[in-house]
Design a protein. Structure first.
Length: 214
């Protein structure tokens, strides 16, 4: 049975993005450092058309993240641009260039309607104005028997958790302290019951997988 999942790289104090997000620094001050554990991996470099890299305990984690998903959901802030608002001349098509790394339908939560945007490599961005439940439902229909990945950001993950829509999630905890920014578990509530499924120690990161008890 397909699942609704998310993965976030977070700091030791729970932030997935730092303060002062901008077009130059979309993850805010210090936010990109939370992903350093991934950038040197062979599997990550290969997915971005580059050679070399290492294989370590994070390799199967990234391989799992790169497969098994038939659709994604993300928030407007993750799609960009920073600050939101209407779509203007429609030239903004995300942070990722002409060939985004998703290669699936992506459902973007927004307050501003927009026609779907087809990109290279099989990625199409669909814009959903009627809430997280609708975005998840549409993503499930598009994914078929495959899983749906909530790509981020923090507020979208919070909405999905509060609505009881998440089945499983992975936190990749980097040895960093950001002190401010966005935390995906803020405001979720103590009633959320979790079962730890897996813990993997790897260079520069610890991966913790949880199942949401329903």
């Amino acid at each position: 049975m397909s699942k609704i999942r998310f993965q976030q790289s977070i700091s030791l104090d729970g932030y997935s993005a730092g303060p002062d997000q901008s077009e130059e620094y979309p993850l805010g001050t210090g936010g990109e450092e939370l992903h350093e554990w991934m950038f040197g991996l062979e599997v990550w470099l290969k997915a971005h058309g580059r050679e070399g890299g290492e294989v370590n305990a994070s390799t199967p984690v990234v391989e799992e993240l790169e497969s098994g998903y038939g659709a994604r959901v993300m928030g407007r802030n993750m799609f960009g641009p920073i600050g939101g608002g209407d779509w203007g001349d429609g030239s903004w098509k995300g942070w990722w260039g002409d060939n985004p790394p998703y290669h699936t339908p992506v459902f973007v939560l927004t307050h501003h309607p927009r026609d779907p945007v087809e990109m290279e490599g099989g990625t199409t961005f669909h814009f959903v104005t009627d809430g997280i439940e609708s975005a998840i439902e549409r993503a499930q229909e598009a994914a078929g028997d495959e899983d749906v990945l909530i790509a981020g950001g923090a507020n979208t993950i919070q909405q999905a958790l509060v609505a009881g829509l998440v089945d499983e999630f992975l936190l990749s905890v980097a040895p960093r302290l950001l002190g401010d920014g966005e935390r995906p578990l803020d405001g979720v509530g103590a009633e959320l019951e979790l079962e730890q499924v897996e813990g993997i120690a790897a260079p520069g990161v610890t991966h913790l997988k949880y199942r949401v008890m329903k």
